[in-house]
Design a protein around this ligand. Sequence first.
Ligand SMILES: [Fe+2]
Ligand SMILES: [Fe+2]
Length: 246
Amino acid sequence: MDTVTTLPAPRPQIEQESIEKLMGLAIFGEKVAAKIYLLAGELRPEYTSLLTQFARMEANHGAWFLEASRANGIEPDRAFADRELGYLISQVDAHFAARDFDALIIVQGFIVESLAIATYESFLPIADRYPGTARAFGQALDEERYHVDWVVRYLRLRYFDAVDDFRTLAERVNVHGIDCIGGTMMNISEYLDNVGMSGAYCAGAMMDGYTRLLESVGFEQKDATKHVVGMFMPLIRKYRRGEKTK
Ligand SMILES: [Fe+2]
Ligand SMILES: [Fe+2]
């Protein structure tokens, strides 16, 4: 076969820029995930070894995504990722400074993992368009689910007879955490659409995943739904109003 015909067709610019933003967010988001598990591990000697291993897994995900990006001529957009993740990093630093292990675990285990799971799951159906990415994202997705399983087990035991305390904690952490992650989800919605994913599906998957996590730690289904809708609605209004004034 003529080598020229085997070259992939160049992607439309809008798709190229969008996939570069999304890959940037995935790669640098994985670095933040690794950082959160490391910081949490520092606060609790009994979990240091396990959480260091989780951090290593997150770092591997970032490395796999970077390798798959390079193989596909995708230059991850670091500036975009830094802008989106800056808010999250300052929340994490504040929780660590307060030695608030449970807050770090909720930010990472519920909020960051929910965003990763929702977007990686949505990416898999189109992954064939970027050779090598299906394997990387598929394996990362399995491992994110494993991390979430551990987080749920930890929180269930910790708040076994104190669901109200868990509710107070979740509300406190979510006020800030969801604002940055939910905002990011809205900011990337257009880029997801541009690469053939669905921004609406991802946002729905994230809300659904998050609701299920709250239920798994002891919220009644109705309560969990109310809680999640209550968190996202102010954001939706804010971003919708923002769109209208443009
Ligand atoms: Fe990860
Ligand atoms: Fe993870």
